[in-house]
Design a binder for this molecule. Sequence first.
Ligand SMILES: [Zn+2]
Length: 484
Amino acid sequence: MARFEIPDGWVAQAYRYALDPTPAQERSLASHIGAARFARNYMLRLVKAVLDQRDAERSYDLAESELTPGMGWSLPALRRVWNARKGAAAPWWRENSKEAYNTGLDSLARSLEGWSKSRNGGRVGRPVGFPRFHAKRRRGSVRFTTGAIRVAPDRHHVTLPRLGSIRTHESTRKLAHRLEAGTARTLSATVTSDSAGRWFVAFQVLVRRAAARPAHVGVRHEVVGVDIGVRDLLVVAAPDGTAVARVPAPRSLAGAQARLRALQHKADRQQGPYDRESQQKRQPSNRWQRTQARIGRTHARAANVRRDALHKATTKLAQQHRTITVETLNVSGMRARGGRRKRGLNRALADAALARVRRMLAYKTIWYGSRLVEADRWYPSSKTCSACGSRKPRLPLAERSYQCDNCGIGLDRDLNAAINLARLGETRPLSELSSSGSGPVAGRGAVQETEPATVGDAAGCEASTPLQQLLDQPGTASSQGGAA
Ligand SMILES: [Zn+2]
C-alpha cells in the first residue's frame, strides 16, 4: 500500500462531532454500517470456501496446478469479485453508498493480510488468527473518501454522500474556519456508532500549522518524566526530583465506576442471553436490555470525562516542557499474561490511559515543537531507586510507596517512576527524535487495535495503516471499549 506523505508544514488531524440525525437518517446510517458488515462477511465466506476447497483437493493429492484457482484478497481483488456478485448477493446494494461496501472490504483485506503475514512469519508479535465474521451487535463504521463531504456554512450541519445534511450537536466552527481559510483539507470522514447508540463523524483533515508553542506559554522544564498512575491519571517529575504535577482522576469517574458495578450486578440478576442452567442461548428480557443500554451510556460518559482530562493534561505537558518521557506499553506481554480481566480493572484503565497519553503526546509534541521520548519497554522505571539507583527485583502493584533497602529513602511509587523516566529522557540526545508518532515502537505490530473505534473506531483494523496512525486523533472513541 502506498504510504501517504504529509507535506511539510501540514499535520494530519481529526475533528470529531456527535451527530443528531433524524429517524430517517438514523436508519440510513445503520443501513450503511450493516452494508459494510454484509460485504465483509460475504467476501470472507467466499475466501474461506475457496481456501477450504483447495485444502480438501490437496488432501486428495491433486497437483497444485489442478486445484481450484486461489482467490486474491487484496482490496482491489476483493472489490472486483464483490462488484461482479453484488447484484445477486445484495440486490439492495444501491441503497447505500459504495463507500460502505468499500469500508467492509478494506477491513477484510487488512485482516487477511495480517493473518497471512503472521502465518508466514512476516509479522512481529503474537499470531494473528483467521478473520472472524462480524456479528450484528458489533459497533461499526463507514469511511467516506470521495463525494460530497462538507461542513455546512451554518456551522451546525455536515454533508455526507448519500446521507445528505446531518445536524451536529456541537458547532463545527473551528474546522469550518480552517477550511474556509484554506489552512485545512479534508481527506475523509468516518461515521461511527458507539455502544450507547450515538452517532459520530470524524473528519480526517490535513491542517497547516506552525510547530511552535503558543506565545503566552513559557517553558517550565527542559525534561520531564510522566508516569501513568493507577490511582492518579498522571504524575509528572523533573530529573532533579521535583514533583512537577499530579493530575488526579476526575471525581466523577469514581461515581461512574460505582454505578457500573451496581448496574452489572443488576444485569446479573436479570434474564440475559445465556442460560447457565441449560447452557443455552436464550432471548434476553427487555429489562436486561435496558440495563445493558444504561451500562453502555455510563461507559460512554466515563470515557468522555477521562478523555477530556487526558486532553487537557497532555496539551499542558506538550506546551510547557521541551522533552517529555513516557514508558512504552508492553501490549503483547499484557495479553500473554491473561489480558485485562486478569490484571484487574485499575491496571486495565492505566494501560488504556498510557496508550492514549502516548498517542496524544505524539502529535501534540509536533504541534508545539517539543519532543516525546519513549522509554524502552524493559526500562525498570518503577523498580529503580531514584536516589541511589539500586533496583528491587519486584514491586507489587499494591505497594504504593517505594522504600529503598539500600539508601533508606521512601517516596511515592509513581513519583519515583516519573523521576527515573525524566532522567532517562535527559540522557537521550536531541537528535533521537521519536516524536513523529509513526516511528517504530517495539511491539507495535502486535497491537490489534480495535479502537475500535479509534480511528474512529473506524480504527478497527484500519489502525494499521501509516496514515491512520498519523491520524490517530484527538477525541476518537476509545477502542478500549470496556476500559472506560
Ligand atoms: Zn536508594
